[in-house]
Design a protein around this ligand. Structure first.
Ligand code: BG6
Length: 499
């Protein structure tokens, strides 16, 4: 069902509810991602009436469980991580089923397919299927291949959609290999590559701000913009994910995906229509225009860091190399600052400074646009040549806001300027429900809306850009690039590639 209405304050709204019946298969059903994110999202959507059409869920994992064991586990998961009351539990639990599946065993997939066929008849899901891979990425290829061979990718009766989450490979070669395996049985239109940053409300708001207002776009180019600063700072360390993180590092973990998405939303041309493929086309053009990274001059454009012990949120935290599961001589970067240029008419010469790190002073994700100074100051005779330039900050988290900084007169007899800010709090004046990133992802997969998902050409182009950098960083003579920074600070000192 889809509705369109204009609100009295001059806004307009499209509301979508998938009325598609669907069988939802969760691979990795006994894992952390299912317990923390996927199942709570499904339960909340069900509780809010957003999954109104028939559906059932089959948990598929290696553990030997029966339906009842699985339901109990899922109830505990919801008690711990869910956000909706459990008074509808009995009704929800009836839709939960479990099948033991070994990801490298085709036979178990065939029996899973039989189970889905039977349940499809009793629940009336009309042959539609969502295959959600809540598993480590190393399992994607086996799942895609065996699911395909068991007929689960076929779309004769209804749709079949497969959901995978980043990382998509470790470099260009492995990303293409993963894609080739997915494509053995699924077409691009059936594949949903999640980047949870795109499902954040304020990330989506970047498009609205840029393209639903006439006043920003004329200034959004090299003529008026000095530089763009994209920051995703975290105060958290590697938590319980050292095994994954120590092999991955910040460039693969944050830059290849989330940071690149923020960059493209900020830099893309206006698509002619709000339509998934047209939006993804424009993003792809940004990735295609990335100026190849000067690997012979890495130090000028890239700073890598790793945290040492320090104080974060008032408590002492250990060095990265002392985190459980991290190799004591690890040189994995937990911080990176990169200066990137985009070779096109709009952005020629404008640096995009991208910074992301763990164990920094505070959690802060934002896009800051620094405008140029006025071309000629008429106040130069009384206030000097320079007037602080305007800044626009799009706060993504934890402060969801838009802030514009500009100059105004300081009240009083003198002629003095002061920096003032206009602040829009994203949630101001809105008390209604919001969707968590995973709820949004599930709804969009059911709707068949690819807007918030990666398309493979974008994945390839971003890896194509980053892979030479990673190869350089990985070679022994480049290890000296890594600088240590104290946990709870803004990263290595002096502050990275400015200007
Ligand atoms: C994940 C990374 O994709 O994003 C994590 O693997 C990181 O290392 C996380 O902590 C950050 O997401 P958010 O939504 O907390 O900014």
């Amino acid at each position: 069902m889809s509705g369109f209405f204009a609100d009295p304050d001059g806004g307009a709204c499209r509301t979508d509810h998938p009325d598609r019946p669907c069988a939802i298969v969760i691979f990795g059903a006994t894992g952390d991602l299912t317990a923390r994110k996927v199942l709570p999202a499904l339960h909340t959507l069900h509780s809010n009436g957003k999954l109104s059409a028939p559906f059932f869920i089959v948990g598929a994992s290696r553990s030997k469980l029966n339906n009842e064991d699985f339901r109990q586990r899922m109830r505990s998961a919801l008690e711990e991580h869910g956000s909706s009351p459990l008074d509808n539990w009995e009704e929800f639990a009836r839709r939960l089923h479990y099948r033991r599946v070994l990801f490298d065993d085709p036979e178990t997939f065939r029996s899973l397919a039989d189970t889905i066929d039977q349940l499809d008849k009793t629940h009336g899901t009309q042959g539609n299927k969502m295959l959600y891979c809540a598993v480590p990425p190393t399992a994607y290829e086996n799942i895609a291949r065996n699911a395909g061979m068991a007929g689960l990718a076929r779309q004769e009766g209804g749709f079949s959609r497969i959901v995978v989450e980043k990382p998509f490979g470790r470099d260009l070669g492995t990303a293409q290999q993963l894609d080739a395996t997915l494509m053995e049985h699924f077409s691009e239109e059936q594949i949903y590559r999640i980047d949870h940053y795109l499902a954040k409300e304020t990330v989506q708001n970047v498009l609205m701000l840029r393209f639903a207002n006439a006043m920003f776009e004329p200034l959004w180019n090299r003529q008026y913009i000095e530089s763009v600063h994209i920051t995703a700072a975290e105060s958290l360390g590697v938590e319980h994910r050292a095994g994954y993180y120590d092999r991955t590092g910040v460039l693969r973990d944050m830059f290849q995906n989330h940071m690149m998405q923020l960059l493209s939303l900020c830099a893309m041309e206006p698509p002619s229509l709000y339509h998934a493929e047209r939006i993804r086309d424009e993003k792809t053009k940004v990735y295609r225009a990335l100026k190849p990274f000067p690997t012979d001059n890495l130090g000028e454009h890239l700073t890598l860091g790793q945290y040492t012990s320090g104080m974060v949120d008032g408590r002492h935290v250990p060095s990265y190399v002392d985190e459980p599961g991290v190799a004591p001589d690890s040189d994995t970067p937990t911080f990176a600052a990169m200066k990137i240029f985009i070779d096109n008419w709009r952005w020629q010469g404008v640096p995009f400074h991208m910074v992301s790190g763990k164990r920094m002073a505070a959690k802060r994700t934002e896009i800051e646009v620094r405008f140029k100074e006025v071309p000629c100051s008429m106040f130069r005779n009384i206030l000097g040549e320079h007037i602080t330039a305007n800044r626009l900050i799009l706060g993504i988290q934890p402060q969801e806001c838009v802030t514009l900084t500009f100059q105004a007169k300081l009240p009083g007899a003198g002629m003095c300027l002061r920096n003032v800010t206009m602040n829009f709090d994203y949630n101001e004046g809105y008390a209604g429900p919001t969707l968590d990133a995973y709820e949004k992802v599930v709804l969009d997969v059911l709707l068949g809306d690819h807007t918030l998902f990666w398309r493979q050409d974008g994945v390839d182009l971003c890896w194509g850009f980053l892979t030479p950098v990673l190869m350089e960083c990985d070679c022994p003579e480049r290890k000296s690039l890594l600088r240590l920074y104290k946990a709870g600070t803004d990263g290595p000192d002096p502050i990275r590639c400015n200007g």
